[in-house]
Ligand binder design. Structure first.
Ligand code: FAD
Length: 413
């Protein structure tokens, strides 16, 4: 149940909060990004929530994003549920490295802000999902959301889905990119994505270009860097995107969209230290809860899985929600241990200009292993295969970075 004190000041917010269902929410979600929207969609679909309120600081829910993932990142049940929010679905993709190129027949999918918004629209139309925009949250406790304007909203349960915040117990590298959707003067000829083209010049980072063909003459080109710091010089990268298009003989007729991303890549983290500091805080999902792939920074698969877990709860009492979120964060942290180790190898052992060799070697492995890697579900044997053979980074430095605990102690100041 929700109790709302005082009126929201935004137009949409005022409308929503004076509506018939304004004081009847089973769940209040702070942050209307990917993670928050998926939980609302799933819980209203399964029916364990009848009314949900999302409080979003921006002017619209869902932002303006593209979210991609491997089809095999999701279970068949999760994929079926998520299908209405898909914008593109390809049967495979290419990777290119200086010494090696390959096509993988792993389905690749893209969703975007518009497709997710349209998937949840029926619940907004029915009045089951109330969206309050332009409402920045100042404080989120386990039962109350307090807005910056002083209003408070209480729910049967409250969730924090307000996106990424740095934390001293999480040590990061970064995946940074600028992406442009371009319209080409003639068909670009790409039938499936190139998710890594690392034949481009390297430098102080692992650099690759990522291309998604949205139509015969429409392609997203992202120039991407795995680097120690978060700085990003957009103008330089936009020039490199043009140069890449030219190298493919793609003449740019129009730039339809530009986006940038600075995604966290976790090198080491102490989840229990984080959790200890969150007493009485609302359960954190999405990037706010560290629920993203440590190697790619991508969060869609975890957001879908978290939504499924919450949607399957018998009820949405705060205690049950908190328990389910915490259990998922702990299992995620455990599952991602190996990936944080690989990140420490990638970022801290060896020269940045040679980081591509780690990926080049990885992509020679078999498809089931590549799928399991992105799903975060590697067997011991598969982990051994990733680490076996002649390491593409110096052994001494690799061993130095093995222990997450020691790494945290050395680098946390
Ligand atoms: C350009 C870009 C491309 C990406 N591509 C992919 C991809 O292809 N695949 C993938 O899986 N991941 C991708 N990611 C990474 C990640 O999945 C996304 O960042 C994803 O949107 C994270 O979801 P989230 O809900 O945790 O956070 P967000 O989507 O950032 O949502 C948080 C929401 O909370 C709101 N908010 C924040 N603070 C407050 C406040 N105080 N009060 C009220 N509201 C607040 C924000 O306005 C926002 O709407 C990409 C990220 C970026 C930036």
């Amino acid at each position: 149940m929700v109790a709302h004190h005082s009126a929201a000041h935004s137009h949409e917010g005022a409308l929503a909060l004076t509506g018939a269902n304004s004081n009847m929410s089973d769940l209040v979600i702070a942050g209307g990004g990917l993670a928050g929207l998926l939980v609302a969609w799933r819980c209203l679909t399964t029916g364990n929530a009848r009314h949900i309120t999302i409080v979003e600081g921006g002017s619209q829910i869902g932002g303006d994003h593209t979210w991609s993932f491997n089809e095999t990142d999701l279970t068949a049940e999760a994929f079926d549920w998520f299908r209405p929010a898909l914008a593109h679905h390809w049967p495979g993709y290419h990777v290119h490295f200086p010494d090696y190129s390959r096509r993988l027949d792993i389905g690749y999918c893209s969703s975007n802000s518009a497709s997710v918004r349209s998937a949840i629209q029926p619940f907004i139309d029915k009045g089951q999902l109330v969206i309050v925009t332009d409402a920045r949250v100042a404080e989120i406790s386990d039962s109350t959301v307090r807005l910056e304007n002083g209003d408070t909203i209480e729910g049967g349960a409250v969730i924090d889905a307000t996106g990424f915040k740095p934390h001293p117990a999480v040590l990061l590298g970064y995946q940074k990119f600028v992406g442009q959707i371009i319209r080409t003067r003639s068909p670009h000829g790409l039938d499936v994505p190139i998710i890594m083209d690392a034949t481009v010049a390297q430098g102080d980072a692992y650099r690759f270009v990522y291309c998604l063909p949205y139509g015969p003459d429409e392609v997203l080109i992202e120039d991407t860097y795995y680097e120690d710091g978060p700085e990003l010089d957009d103008a330089v990268i936009v020039d490199r995107i043009s140069a890449y298009a030219a190298s493919k003989d793609w003449q740019i007729a129009e730039i339809l969209h530009t986006e940038r991303g600075i995604l966290p890549i976790t090198l080491a983290s102490d989840l229990e230290a984080r959790i200890q500091g969150e007493a009485r805080a609302a359960p954190k999902i999405g990037l706010a809860g560290g629920l993203y792939n440590a190697v790619t920074g991508y969060s869609l698969p975890d957001a879908v899985t978290m939504a499924m877990r919450l949607g399957d709860l018998p009820d949405l009492s705060q205690a049950r929600v908190a328990e389910a979120v915490l259990a998922y964060r702990r299992s995620h942290w455990q599952r991602e241990k190996f990936f944080r180790l690989l990140n420490r190898m990638l970022f801290k052992a060896g020269k940045p200009s040679e980081r591509y060799k780690v990926l080049q070697r990885f992509y020679r492995l078999d498809e089931p292993l590549v799928s399991a890697f992105y799903r975060g579900d590697l067997s011991l044997l598969q982990k051994a295969r990733i680490l076996s053979g002649k390491p593409p980074v110096p052994v001494g430095e690799a061993i130095y970075n093995l222990s997450e605990h020691q790494f945290m102690k050395r680098h946390r100041s």
